[in-house]
Design a protein around this ligand. Structure first.
Ligand SMILES: C[S@@+](CC[C@H](N)C(=O)[O-])C[C@H]1O[C@@H](n2cnc3c(N)ncnc32)[C@H](O)[C@@H]1O
Length: 240
C-alpha cells in the first residue's frame, strides 16, 4: 500500500523521451521549463478532464528514474509531474463550486503541478501557487499558460510568512512526518486569519484534530502510483 508518494517515484533506468510541446506565448523558457517539457507530455487528470497538464507517462517515465539519476541531476522526486488525488479533488470541487473562490485571494500551498491553482484561477480567484521545488514552479508556469490562466508561482518555502490570503488550499500534503510537522503549525495559525482546506486521500500523517470534513471525492488512480485503482479524498477545513 502506498501512503508515501516518495515511494512511488520508482527506481529503474530512466528512458529519456524528449517530447516537446509548444506552449502558446511562452518562448523564453529557462532550463527548468525545458526539463519539465522534456520529461512530460500533455495529459488530463481523470477527475478534472477540462484542464490540460504536463504529466509523466509511460513514454516519459521520469517516475521510474532512480534516486541516483535524480541526485546526479540535483532533481527532487518529480511530484509536479503528477496530479495527486488531493489536488484533483480540490480542483474538481472548485470547478463545480466556483463561487467558493471567485474574487478571493487564494494560495495553492505545495502546489505540485498547480492543478488546484489553475482551477481557482479559472473560477475567478487571484491565485498564488507555492512550492519548494523549482521544477514545480516551472511546471506551474507551463500548466497555467496551457490553460490560459494567470497564476503567480512562489518559489521557496512560504511557511512562516504572514497571511495575505483569504483561502489556502493544500492537496496531499500529509505524506511525510517531517513535512507535516513543518507545515501544520503554520497552517493552523493561518486558519485564524484565512480559510484553510486540506484535501487528503488517507495519508499516514493527517492530523486527527481540528479537521472538519465538508466534501468527499472518489479519484481514479493507478496501481503503479497508488497500489490501487481509486482513492477516496476528503476535503477538510482546518482550524487552529
Ligand atoms: C504530493 S505533492 C502534491 C502536489 C499537489 N498539491 C497535488 O495534490 O497534486 C506534494 C508537494 O509538496 C511540495 N512541498 C513539500 N514541502 C513543501 C513546503 N514546505 N512548501 C511548499 N511546498 C512543499 C513538494 O515539492 C510537492 O510538490
Amino acid at each position: 500500500m502506498l501512503c508515501d508518494p516518495t515511494a512511488t517515484i520508482r527506481c529503474a533506468a530512466l528512458v529519456h523521451s524528449a517530447v516537446q510541446a509548444r506552449v502558446a506565448g511562452d518562448v523564453n523558457r529557462g532550463p527548468e521549463q525545458e526539463f519539465a517539457l522534456a520529461h512530460t507530455v500533455p495529459g488530463r487528470a481523470p477527475l478534472v478532464p477540462e484542464l490540460t497538464l504536463r504529466l509523466a507517462s509511460e513514454i516519459t517515465p521520469i517516475w521510474q528514474a532512480t534516486e541516483d539519476w535524480l541526485a546526479e541531476r540535483n532533481v527532487d522526486p518529480p511530484f509536479w509531474a503528477f496530479a495527486w488525488p488531493g489536488g484533483q479533488a480540490l480542483a474538481r470541487h472548485v470547478l463545480d463550486h466556483p463561487a467558493t473562490v471567485a474574487g478571493r485571494r487564494v494560495l495553492d500551498f505545495a502546489a505540485g503541478s498547480g492543478i488546484a491553482a489553475i482551477a481557482c484561477a479559472r473560477s475567478g480567484a487571484a491565485v498564488e501557487a507555492a512550492d519548494i521545488d523549482k521544477l514545480a514552479i516551472a511546471a506551474i508556469g507551463l500548466n497555467a499558460a496551457a490553460n490560459g490562466v494567470a497564476v503567480t508561482a512562489e518559489p521557496g518555502d512560504v511557511v512562516g510568512v504572514p497571511c495575505r490570503w483569504d483561502l489556502i488550499m493544500c492537496g496531499d500534503v500529509c505524506y511525510e512526518a517531517p513535512m507535516t510537522a513543518h507545515i501544520l503549525p503554520w497552517l493552523r495559525a493561518m486558519s485564524r486569519e484565512a480559510e484553510v482546506w486540506v484535501a487528503d486521500p488517507g495519508r499516514a500523517y493527517l492530523p486527527r484534530d481540528g479537521l472538519a470534513a465538508f466534501a468527499t471525492y472518489r479519484v481514479p488512480t493507478t496501481l503503479e502510483l497508488e497500489d490501487r485503482i481509486e482513492r477516496q479524498v476528503t476535503l477538510y477545513r482546518l482550524s487552529g
